[in-house]
Design a protein around this ligand. Structure first.
Ligand code: GDP
Ligand code: MG
Length: 175
């Protein structure tokens, strides 16, 4: 049974990345177990919460799902400052989105506040035939920058729960 302590938000989590990479879809897959083929783009940012049970503890995630558009860029620090974990998402069918993801990683590294866990997520792994970013390229970049790395599909649910569980485990350890 969850103790009162464990119902405090232990993890403010922020999703960053280019528009259309599947940030909202990943959150909705995790929170609702559903996928929407015609997901509307996020305006500004959206907020979700989800409670996740580990073996020993219950973790409450407060999730900020940001919009990827350039015109919202100046708002991003409001969401990643104070975040315990950041998920930087690109789309394996878009090299441009990978370039953007690397920019987000650099921005997170430059800003002063410590983020405990940063994960690089290569989403839309179901679209293998349209792949522009090889798995090894993403993985190597993650390794070089000490990021966790997952290839996911919000559509098929591949690795989505695994991604959030991994973050929960790291945050539990750090708390
Ligand atoms: P966001 O702008 O990063 O929040 O991206 P969205 O979650 O709005 O997704 C953009 C589009 O990509 C939508 O049409 C989604 O249905 C689609 N999409 C998201 N994730 C996946 C995925 O894993 N596979 C496929 N095939 N499409 C996806
Ligand atoms: Mg969105």
């Amino acid at each position: 049974k969850p103790s009162p302590r464990s119902l405090q938000p232990q993890g403010v989590l922020v999703l960053l990345g280019d528009m259309g990479t599947g940030k909202t879809s990943l959150v909705l897959r995790f929170v609702k177990g559903q996928f929407y083929e015609f997901q509307e783009s996020t305006i500004g940012a959206a907020f979700f919460t989800q409670v996740l049970s580990l073996n020993e503890a219950t973790i409450k995630f407060d999730i900020w799902d940001t919009a990827g558009q350039e015109r919202y860029h100046s708002l991003a620090p409001m969401y990643y400052r104070g975040a315990a974990a950041a998920i930087v998402v690109y789309d394996i069918t878009s090299m441009e989105s990978f370039v953007k993801a690397k920019k987000w990683v650099r921005e997170l590294q430059r800003q002063g506040n410590p983020i405990l866990v940063t994960v690089l997520v290569a989403n839309k792994a179901d679209l293998e035939t349209k792949r522009q970013v090889e798995n090894e390229v993403g993985e190597q970049y993650a390794k070089d920058n000490r990021l966790f790395f997952f290839e996911t599909s919000a559509k098929t649910a591949q690795n989505v729960n695994e991604l959030f569980y991994e973050i929960a485990k790291k945050l539990e350890k750090a708390s």
